[in-house]
Design a protein around this ligand. Structure first.
Ligand SMILES: Cc1ncc(COP(=O)(O)O)c(C=O)c1O
Length: 434
């Protein structure tokens, strides 16, 4: 599918109306066709001696999406013990799960015994694994010294990043491996989300140098970071272009060492970003006079889509009208419904604190709004329940564009269910009640 087509809405006004009538708005809508196309593209990533594609499930952890990718043959990358358990609860085989985490869960030995593969991401993690399960096989996540993300906050490589073992600490790593008789079978690097393809390629080559230093390694995992173009100013990563030079290097590595390296990649964004959208309504329009701005207030915001406020991320926004409205284009600032001046859907690119405008043909209160590129890091990474807005419903469009509910809208009772208020709190010293 062409990048330009991927940026367009995958539903029209009529379908939006049908979805709203059945499930309400705001809601997330995912398109099964687009999920499948992206997964098949990733499964064709250039490789020489075998390929495993792991879905970085943090991008969109909803069960229906995870199960669909499982059926297509994808494996999984988890970032916390809870993500691992979420996958196991969904029936994902432990052998299909790897864990690269900032916080090793207390029960990691049980997960290892089940077959979950852990990438130790610090010297302390190696030590803990060694103490709990000496003589086991482990993966190592390195910080290769270079990073690249679409913003500083999504860059997880280089000196300013705490992710992975600093690449110069190889001797300390070897010492720990010897001490606990651990065998390294996989080297893992992930340098950021939305990485510059050239930096990604350079890091792939640096990672191969690391593999050289660990003779027992059979698998090389190059992480995620493959760009998609959500808006026309962005350029998607060409998988063939970044993957082919790596294949050539893996081939040369084999010719030099006789070692056949199995390649792994773990995309999140690429698989889901342009397959998901937030469907919502314009619920108010206000302006700040002749020298000010006109604001479209949506019935969504950072409660569903935090990336613009967090990173200054750009998402395409389309107004869906019942008629083909022929009206003059006007400039609008699009804002969310939270009581937070930072809840902006049209920040300046990369500058969450600066507002910018988008042009739309005259907008009316009640118009549907389709916010594209919202499949990754939106439903799973929002300011959940801020202002007590319930978690939005999620809908999946099947291959015939029939909408299916895959996550119900949260209720107020569910928001409150874990809270406890006891009369004891209010007892004064002399047994008086406030
Ligand atoms: C270890 C790891 N692998 C893969 C990914 C997926 O990255 P992306 O969504 O940019 O493909 C991430 C995202 O942060 C990650 O931390």
């Amino acid at each position: 599918m062409k990048q330009e087509a991927l940026r367009k809405p995958f539903l029209d006004y009529k379908l939006a109306q049908e979805i709203e009538q059945s499930f309400g708005t705001p809601c997330f809508v995912y398109d099964l066709d687009r999920l499948e196309i992206a997964a098949r593209q990733m499964l064709s990533f250039p490789h020489v001696f075998g390929l495993t594609v792991r879905y970085a499930m943090k991008a969109a952890p909803t069960a229906a999406i995870v199960k669909f990718f499982d059926r297509l043959g994808l494996f999984f990358d988890a970032s916390s013990g809870f993500e691992v358990k979420r996958l196991l609860t969904l029936g994902i085989a432990p052998q299909k799960i790897s864990l690269s985490t900032q916080e090793l869960p207390d029960d990691f030995p049980d997960l290892m015994d089940m077959g979950v593969e852990i990438h130790a991401s610090s010297l302390e993690q190696i030590r803990r694994i060694g103490c709990a399960r000496p003589s086991s096989r482990i993966g190592l996540r390195f910080n290769p010294g270079l990073g690249s993300g679409s913003t500083n906050r999504t860059n997880v490589g280089g000196v300013a990043s705490s992710f992975g073992i600093w690449h110069e600490k190889k001797d300390l790593v070897l010492e720990l491996l010897r001490k606990f008789r651990l065998e390294v079978f996989r080297i893992h690097t992930h340098i950021g989300s939305g990485s510059d393809p050239e930096v990604w390629r350079r890091v792939a080559l640096l990672s191969l140098q690391l593999v050289d230093e660990f003779p027992t390694v059979t698998h090389l995992n190059l992480g995620g970071g493959y760009k998609v173009a959500r808006v026309s100013e962005e350029k998607a990563t060409d998988l063939e272009q970044i993957g082919s030079p790596v294949s050539q290097e893996i081939q040369k590595f084999f010719e030099r060492t006789g070692r056949k390296l199995h390649l792994e990649i773990e995309p999140g964004t690429f698989l889901v970003a342009n397959a998901g959208a937030v469907l919502c309504r314009v619920q108010d329009i206000v302006d700040t006079g002749n020298n000010g701005f006109t604001f479209l207030k949506l019935n969504t915001g950072m409660t569903e889509i935090l990336r613009p406020s967090l990173y200054g991320a750009q998402h395409p926004i389309f107004l869906l009208h019942p008629e083909n409205r022929q009206a003059e284009m006007q400039n609008y600032v699009v804002v969310g419904h939270c009581c937070e001046s930072g809840d902006i859907l049209t920040p300046s690119p990369g500058e969450p604190e600066v507002i910018s405008t988008r042009k739309f043909p005259r907008v009316e209160i009640g118009d549907f709004c389709f916010i594209g590129g919202a499949g990754a890091y939106c439903s799973g990474m929002a300011t959940k329940n801020y202002n007590s807005f319930p978690e939005a419903a999620e809908i999946l469009l099947d291959h015939s564009k029939r909408p299916h509910l895959i996550r119900k809208r949260q209720t107020l009772a569910q928001i409150l269910q874990n809270e406890i208020v006891s009369e004891e709190f209010f007892l004064l010293k002399n047994n008086l009640i406030y």
